[in-house]
Design a protein around this ligand. Structure first.
Ligand code: ADP
Length: 543
């Protein structure tokens, strides 16, 4: 029989991260490119003061209670950072919405989350003006700016963030409550159907941050200058606003400008050593560096994830710019740290070609996350780097179910979460994604639903079957192509089909090519065999 340990228990609170940073690294800087334009700089100490003013404002001015959802449509800046701590810290739930989603998805998400108030950046005022009639629960809108920059807007009774803060004192004690309480909410649109909410808790966020802060994960320490380019609405900027405070490291927030020129400028002027983004962002940076001849000499490591990292990108970073690349595989559902391609002594000792092949994979797990790979019969596949199967994950920062139980039960009976990715694992423990069983395409870090395009395409009278798959594209990593089997006796053309889709889907969802075929590959159950299509057309968009 076990006996109880005699150690203290304290709930893991997100506010404790900022309190720590403020108390022990109070002078360390947080630098932002503001939405208004100029560079803004202040310290962790000032950030905590303002997060406390914000917490007071939520309570006194808006009557926000613990558990209420507070929405944001905002870039990665110091004000959003204050919301990360002020909202979660007082016990409410920070709901970050991706402004790049379609209008209908944004209003769906805000209504589904039942956001009571909404903090928005200046850039999103026109968007919210347009969406407001659809927003059922929003009582108040606060624009993240100062009095001088308040825009003319049709939004009723809109408030100015700096005025809201100025009316409050920083006299506030962060409350302690059950660490399992919800802290933030992020919707994933990674599947067809409606977006689903991943509801993080204080506990999951802190444990995730502890894992990500290990040197063997993101490779960070207090000596790093950390710039998350992955936005704060994208799985909480991969946890970095929490990790940086935990380490007391300097934080650089790029605001709305994520193009090569602005990113290069911030890297050099602020001495950024570590950054993270989807591959497309770094392609834009390369383009700028090549055109301008500028450098990123302070940068030591980049973490790249969200989509597979092209080998050429890793090589260029290493050989031309002296930057090492860490690939990350993760999902909104995994907070997002899943696996990281960090080196081990065993892999370091391998001959160069083998080592590079291993290091180009998505990576290996950190302590705290378990993975299993099962074949079609539900049996574990051997860890030989060849056998592949469905990837399942389990751990303290993996989602257990979606908000409002959307999609029903997601875990298997032993608590494993199905990722929808198809992978191999090699003898060194490195996972490689070989395919995706979920029917989606990821282009430039954003999702495209293949099913939605197929459903539209089969609506054309000359189309019998339509299959959409993502294939490699040098700029966008993946782009959709459409394969059509015509209805009997019909001969549709590519132009006809594209014309038919025009206006029915967003421009960036339009397939890059249409192939008309006589035979569509089908599975035993009569579904389109996507794996065969992906294989057959894999090089069709290569330059
Ligand atoms: P995120 O918001 O972090 O991009 P999503 O939940 O939107 O997470 O997407 C997760 C999916 O993105 C994964 O299931 C996988 O299909 C894909 N993905 C993430 N990282 C990688 C990677 N390094 N290589 C290939 N695919 C990846």
């Amino acid at each position: 029989m076990t006996i109880p340990g005699l150690m203290q228990e304290s709930d893991l609170m997100i506010s404790s991260l900022l309190r720590y940073a403020s108390e022990y690294h109070g002078g360390m800087e947080i630098v932002s490119r503001s939405v208004e334009g100029p560079i803004h700089r202040y310290t962790y100490r000032q950030a905590e003061q303002r997060a406390k003013q914000l917490a007071n404002a939520l309570i006194n001015q808006f009557g926000i209670e613990q558990g209420d959802r507070v929405g944001t449509l905002a870039w990665t800046t110091y004000r959003h950072f204050e919301l990360f701590y002020g909202v979660s810290g007082m016990g409410a739930v920070l709901h970050t919405t991706n402004p790049r989603l379609f209008d209908e998805q944004i209003s769906y998400i805000i209504n589904h989350a039942e956001d009571r108030i909404l903090f928005i950046d200046l850039d999103f005022v026109p968007l919210v003006e347009k969406l407001l009639p659809e927003l059922k629960t929003v009582e108040k809108i606060i624009i993240l700016t100062d009095r001088d920059h308040m825009p003319d807007t049709s939004l009723p009774d809109v408030l100015c963030y700096e005025d809201v803060l100025a009316a409050e004192s920083a006299d506030y004690d962060w409350p302690t409550f059950d660490e399992r309480a919800a802290s933030s909410l992020c919707y994933t649109s990674g599947t067809t159907g409606n977006p689903k909410g991943v509801l993080y808790s204080h506990r999951s966020t802190i444990i995730h941050a502890l894992s990500a802060a290990q040197n063997s994960a993101y490779g960070l320490s207090i000596y790093d200058v950390i710039m998350p380019i992955a936005p704060m609405y994208h799985a909480n900027a991969w946890g970095l606003p929490y990790v940086a405070a935990m380490l007391g490291a300097k934080l650089v927030l790029p605001g709305p400008k994520m193009d090569g020129e602005h990113i290069q400028h911030l890297i050099e002027s602020e001495g950024v050593t570590f950054s993270c983004a989807v591959p497309t962002v770094f392609s834009m940076l390369f383009q700028y560096l090549e055109d301008s001849g500028k450098k990123v000499d302070t940068l030591k490591r980049t973490m790249i994830g969200g989509s597979a990292v092209p080998k050429a990108m890793t090589e260029k970073f290493r050989e031309v710019y002296g930057v090492s690349v860490l690939q990350l595989w993760g999902m909104t559902e995994t907070s997002p740290l899943g696996v990281v391609a960090c080196p081990t002594p065993e892999v370091d000792a391998l001959p160069a070609e083998i080592r590079e092949d291993v290091m180009d994979k998505q990576g290996r797990v950190q302590f705290g996350l378990e993975i299993k790979v099962l074949d079609e019969d539900g049996k574990p596949v051997p860890r030989d780097g060849v056998a592949y199967g469905d990837l399942w994950v389990r751990g303290a920062w993996v989602t257990a179910s979606y908000y409002h139980n959307e999609g029903g039960k997601v875990l298997d009976k032993d608590g494993w979460f199905p990722t929808g990715d198809v992978v191999t694992i090699d003898q060194y423990g490195y996972m490689k994604i070989t395919d995706r069983s979920k029917d989606v395409i990821k282009s430039g870090g954003e999702w495209i639903s293949s099913i939605d395009i197929e459903n539209l395409a089969v609506g054309h009278p000359k189309v019998l079957q339509a299959g959409v798959v993502g294939v490699f594209h040098p700029k966008w990593e993946e782009r959709p192509i459409l394969v059509i089997k015509p209805a009997p006796g019909q001969q549709p053309t590519e132009a006809e089909i594209l014309d038919f889709l025009k206006g029915k889907i967003a421009k960036w969802w339009m397939p890059n090519a249409v192939f008309i075929v006589d035979d569509m590959p089908l599975t035993a159950t009569g579904k389109i065999k996507k794996i065969t299509l992906r294989q057959k057309y894999k090089d069709c968009l290569k330059e």
